[in-house]
Design a protein around this ligand. Structure first.
Ligand SMILES: Cc1cc2nc3c(=O)[nH]c(=O)nc-3n(C[C@H](O)[C@H](O)[C@H](O)COP(=O)(O)OP(=O)(O)OC[C@H]3O[C@@H](n4cnc5c(N)ncnc54)[C@H](O)[C@@H]3O)c2cc1C
Ligand code: SF4
Length: 341
């Protein structure tokens, strides 16, 4: 690691000001950022690291007016073992418990989990060996290189110095799909954003956050999605391994096809540059399964197939399409099963 200035921010305002000056990055638990600093992956080494954990009042879990609210600095371990989260959003607790390792979960935060940078091996290669499009360079090395873990739904176009670029790295964050499926709202220092609209692809960025803008709170509104939500991940190893695919399915709000019944939400991570909403599968279920009891094995299978609609896999990652189909089918069948006595 190279030398840098370290600021323990005392307030959100102080952190925001320090980050706007340029050459500065925010750190919460450091589970993502410290590895990036140690491996020297940035085109320009940050001059200043702004510690957010010294800001009081951003680490909490509360249930207020029917909504579950979490401060951005709440650790994954606190979320995983919180009785409040366990009661009102068990899938969120399950997702938090699946991430990384017990020791890392004690320090890493929900805010950092949502803002983490891509794991693409070209992007992460030591000493900025590949100055790829996502770092402001001209090329995406994964397009013609080893893309077995990359997007099966095409690349994300974005503006970079010198013109338009595309990136096929996936968003592999543990908590993004479950929060999107639960229709969470994210509060920043300047605005409130639906969880789905929070993610974006840019140079050294995975979110829509502007320079100096910080995530402060995650709110899960009382629409019914949180209670019904389920979380499932597939990884090669059982522990300390990023999900190859993770997904969440929930029912809540109002079904446009069956008034009085809840609608389906399905969000999949690890398959596209931002968390992917399986729209065709949602629509199929909204029409054919107003109640979970309407789910049949045939319908669950058809929903899995519909979830791959629009996919454009590379030769080396087409296996992900089968994973999507299987995981969705299994999860829907589990939802249709009557609860055990
Ligand atoms: C061995 C290992 C295994 C891992 N396994 C997993 C896994 O299975 N699943 C998974 O999802 N992740 C995994 N991670 C990645 C990482 O640990 C987690 O994503 C973690 O939740 C990141 O949180 P953090 O607080 O440590 O973020 P940090 O590293 O502190 O920050 C991450 C990014 O978010 C930004 N940031 C942090 N907080 C805010 C905020 N409030 N507002 C704006 N920007 C912010 C930082 O500037 C930085 O760019 C793993 C990491 C390691 C080292
Ligand atoms: S997929 Fe994205 S992060 Fe990976 S090499 Fe291409 S542009 Fe860079």
């Amino acid at each position: 690691m190279r030398p840098f200035n370290h600021i323990n921010a005392a307030s959100i305002a102080e952190a925001g000001e320090a980050l706007k000056k340029g050459g500065a990055v925010a750190v919460a638990g450091g589970g993502d950022l410290l590895g990036a600093l140690k491996d020297n992956i940035f085109p320009e080494y940050p001059r200043t690291v702004v510690n957010l954990k010294s800001i009081p009042g951003l680490n909490y879990i509360k249930f207020e007016d029917g909504a579950l609210k979490l401060g951005a600095l709440t650790t994954l371990a606190d979320i995983a073992r919180s009785p409040i989260v366990g009661e009102h959003a068990p899938a969120l607790a399950a997702a938090a418990k699946s991430a990384s390792s017990p020791a890392l979960r004690e320090t890493t935060t929900i805010g950092g989990n949502l803002c983490q940078l891509p794991r693409c091996w070209y992007f992460r290669k030591l000493n900025n060996r590949f100055d790829c499009a996502r770092k402001g360079g001209e090329r995406c090395f994964a397009l013609t290189g080893d893309n077995r873990y990359h997007s099966v739904f095409g690349g994300a176009g974005f503006e970079a110095p010198g013109g338009q670029r595309a990136c096929v790295a996936v968003n592999q964050g543990e908590l993004a799909p479950v929060l999107i499926a639960m229709a969470a709202r994210l509060k920043t220092t300047t605005r409130e954003i639906e969880a789905f609209n929070f993610f974006d692809v840019g140079v050294l960025s995975s979110t829509v956050l502007e320079a100096g803008e910080l995530l402060t709170e995650i709110e899960i509104p009382p629409l019914g999605f949180a209670e019904t939500c389920r979380y499932r991940r597939f990884a090669f190893r059982k522990s300390i391994d990023f999900p190859i695919i993770n997904l969440s399915i929930a029912r809540g709000g109002e079904n446009p096809n069956s008034p009085g019944k809840p609608r389906w939400h399905i969000c999949i991570g690890g398959v596209a540059p931002t968390p992917h909403i399986a729209k065709a599968a949602e629509e199929l279920l909204n029409v054919n399964a107003p109640s979970a009891a309407d789910l049949t094995p045939e319908l669950a299978q058809a929903a899995g197939v519909a979830a791959t609609e629009g996919a454009r896999a590379f030769e080396s990652n087409a296996y992900k399409l089968q994973l999507i189909k299987t995981l969705i089918k299994r999860e829907l069948l589990a939802m249709s099963a009557p609860p055990a006595d």
